[in-house]
Write a protein that binds this ligand. Structure first.
Ligand SMILES: *Cc1c(COP(=O)(O)O)cnc(C)c1O
Length: 464
């Protein structure tokens, strides 16, 4: 399998090169040159596979012979052995909806599904090349802890994660700072999340520094992250709809950066019978407005109960736009140029019809989120986290007849206990991994929100 960039200047690179490149060197995003399509018989043969087996059946089609089969199988087995449920991503049925629980990984959010695999892939590829990598990133919460959990204790990788001191939830901070492996460096900056992002960007823009310290990124644009997420769409389908006369299903996806739902779009193009992908957003609803009316225009970021979806510029959107423009890299460049100049894009009725063939959409505000958590809990006894609640509200709105509606549960409710308490009056049960977390030893360096100081710190602690 070969890969190409949405901007057209990078093409014919291997899977391994795509994983190590992350963002394409021409500024675009990497995609496979051809999306493999599964026959009905191949789809049906997925039913009954264990999660890692099914993951291998999907992922191997995108890797080709770039990694030997036995090695790839082992990488995948190891990545999902860290999950605390034998099914890895189990599906439960509640109140007529199917809930796909993606929060059984080490940090209790769906990002573990991708980052456990990416950590192992990085380690494998670096060893093969005899290279080292220093991962640098800024986080407002979920991504940082999942990235740290993905690479802790791995050979040839150090990870440096900036988080704004005192501005991430206590649980999220502890999920990072209680990881005391010597290759993990938590930096609590005296500043905001935006300061952290700006500093990381400035450091990456210093190309000599970036090269000297072999800096790598972990953001959601890495193709391997999307690929790992494609798997659970197939898995959920294989558990509830395979072998039915009408095997079609709908998925409802709480959306921020468009990574998770884009994985569903890839699954659909691979032949998985997905009728609609329901794109659910909170008040930060640029994507919802795009699907509803063709208006893709940036607004101000507002804080909500679902902070991991408080995003306006969705970094994975470019991948979808590329397909919408029939893989015309030149046209895409033009559109992205227009978007960065004006902050908006307008779509024709004809294109919009195609968008609406792929997606349905709903914006769910704070009150509706709380009401959904409350009602669902009352009716079923099941506790939703606020991100999942946004998806469940949208999913129940668009559920049609007998077609299964599968709602992606993206975080464990215990991670967002305050919102749950507001909605239901009681705290959600804590899973084992959070018990005693307040009493564990911590390792974290407080540091000024200053690019030079952080560069000095990196230079001192980077693997060379
Ligand atoms: C990251 C995240 C999302 C949004 O996923 P995207 O891929 O960015 O659209 C939703 N819920 C939770 C809990 C998350 O951590």
């Amino acid at each position: 399998m070969r890969y190409k960039s949405t901007r057209g200047q990078v093409r014919d690179i291997s899977f391994k090169q795509a994983v190590l490149m992350g963002l394409a060197t021409d500024g675009g995003l990497l995609l496979p040159e051809k999306i493999p399509v599964l026959s009905v018989a191949e789809l049906d043969s997925l039913a009954g596979l264990r999660y890692p087996q099914l993951a291998y059946a999907i992922i191997s089609r995108f890797v080709g012979d770039d990694i030997p089969a036995a090695d790839l199988r082992q990488l995948i087995e190891r990545s999902y052995a860290s999950f605390d449920h034998p099914e890895v991503t189990p599906v439960v049925k509640k109140d007529g909806l199917y809930i796909l629980e993606l929060f059984h990984g080490p940090t209790l959010a769906f990002k573990d599904v991708a980052l456990q695999l990416l950590g192992n892939l990085f380690e494998y590829l670096l060893k093969e090349r005899g290279e080292k990598m220093n991962i640098l990133g800024a986080t407002s919460g979920d991504t940082g802890s999942a990235a740290i959990a993905g690479v802790r204790g791995k050979d040839n990788i150090n990870i440096f994660i900036l988080h704004p001191h005192g501005r991430v939830s206590p649980i999220q901070a502890l999920q990072m700072t209680t990881v005391t492996d010597p290759n993990v460096f938590n930096l609590a900056i005296d500043g905001t999340f935006d300061d952290g992002q700006r500093i990381v960007k400035e450091i990456f823009n210093d190309l000599a520094f970036k090269q000297r310290y072999a800096l790598g990124a972990i953001n959601s644009i890495n193709w391997a992250r999307v690929l790992a997420q494609v798997v659970y769409y197939f898995y959920a389908w294989s558990r509830i709809a395979a072998h039915r006369d009408d095997a079609s299903v709908d998925f409802a996806v709480p959306t921020g950066n468009f990574g998770d739902i884009f994985a569903g779009y890839i699954a659909r193009r691979m032949g998985l019978p997905i009728h609609k992908l329901v794109l659910a957003t909170n008040e930060n609803n640029i994507l919802s407005r795009f699907v509803a009316s063709g208006d893709y225009s940036v607004g101000r970021v507002v804080e909500t109960l679902s902070p991991s979806m408080d995003i306006q510029i969705a970094s994975n959107f470019e991948r979808y736009l590329y397909y919408l423009l029939d893989e015309d890299a030149e046209l895409l460049q033009q559109q992205m140029g227009e978007f960065s100049a004006t902050g908006r894009l307008q779509f024709t009725t004809e294109l919009l019809e195609r968008v609406r063939d792929d997606f349905a959409t709903l914006t769910v505000d704070t009150e509706q989120t709380l009401a959904t958590i409350r009602q669902f809990h009352r009716q079923t006894g099941y506790v939703l986290d606020p991100h999942t609640a946004v998806g469940v509200k949208a999913g129940s709105t668009f559920r049609q007849g007998e077609r299964p509606m599968i709602c992606l549960a993206t975080a464990h409710p215990a991670k967002f206990a305050d919102a749950v308490i507001r909605a239901t009056g009681s705290a959600p049960d804590r899973p084992d991994s959070l018990c005693e977390i307040e009493n564990k030893p911590q390792r974290c360096q407080r540091i000024a929100a200053d690019t030079t100081e952080i560069k000095d710190y990196l230079a001192k602690h980077a693997l060379q």
